[in-house]
Design a protein around this ligand. Structure first.
Ligand code: SF4
Ligand code: SF4
Length: 172
């Protein structure tokens, strides 16, 4: 009798497992054939920190250094200067993507809405120096890639800023 019960249990679990396999076999795939197929990127995806410009195309950054201080891995280095209008501006604004954790802390720290996290995710270089992005390249990425600005304490589903790049742009 015990043998019969064990055999029944084994057969039942085998058919249960087979059922899962058959169901998944006919389900639509959740993976994509990257890089031939491009993955769908959420508008709130936190990819590559980028510098944002205003509607006139002027960088919003005032070189206040708040982002550099907030960065836990010292990925940001800034040199400030004073313009003819006596306002501060960033003479140098470098981001080392070899260090960046894509944690969003710099975006949250910026009091001038001058940073966003672009949807860009393919960051590769053949040397460590190649992963350091300077001001012109970060400004260009900010103008050409969609970006998000998600703030601390923001709950899932609450509206966050998802900006569209001035010239439009998709993914990478
Ligand atoms: S995303 Fe995080 S790690 Fe990257 S630069 Fe900003 S603060 Fe630093
Ligand atoms: S916190 Fe914002 S305004 Fe200040 S240096 Fe960083 S990007 Fe520029």
């Amino acid at each position: 009798m015990e043998l019969l019960v064990d055999t029944w249990k084994a057969a039942r679990s085998m058919f249960k497992g087979l059922g899962v396999t058959i169901r998944e076999f006919f389900s639509p795939p959740v993976t994509v054939q990257y890089p031939d197929q491009r993955p769908r990127i959420s508008p709130l995806f936190r990819g590559h920190p980028v510098l944002l410009s205003d509607e006139q195309g002027k960088l919003k950054c005032t070189a206040c250094m708040a982002c550099a201080r907030a960065c836990p891995v010292n990925a940001i280095s800034i040199e400030s200067a004073r313009g003819e209008d006596r306002k501060m501006y960033p003479k140098v604004w470098n981001l080392n993507m070899g260090r960046c954790l894509q944690c969003n802390l710099c975006v949250e720290a910026c009091p001038f809405d001058a940073l966003g996290m672009a949807t860009r995710f393919e960051v590769a270089a053949d040397s460590p120096e190649g992963l350091v992005y300077d001001l012109p390249s970060l400004a260009e990425l900010g103008r050409t890639h969609p970006y998000s600005r998600v703030m601390v304490g923001q709950k899932l589903g609450e509206p966050a800023v998802a900006g569209q790049a001035a010239k439009g742009g998709e993914g990478n």
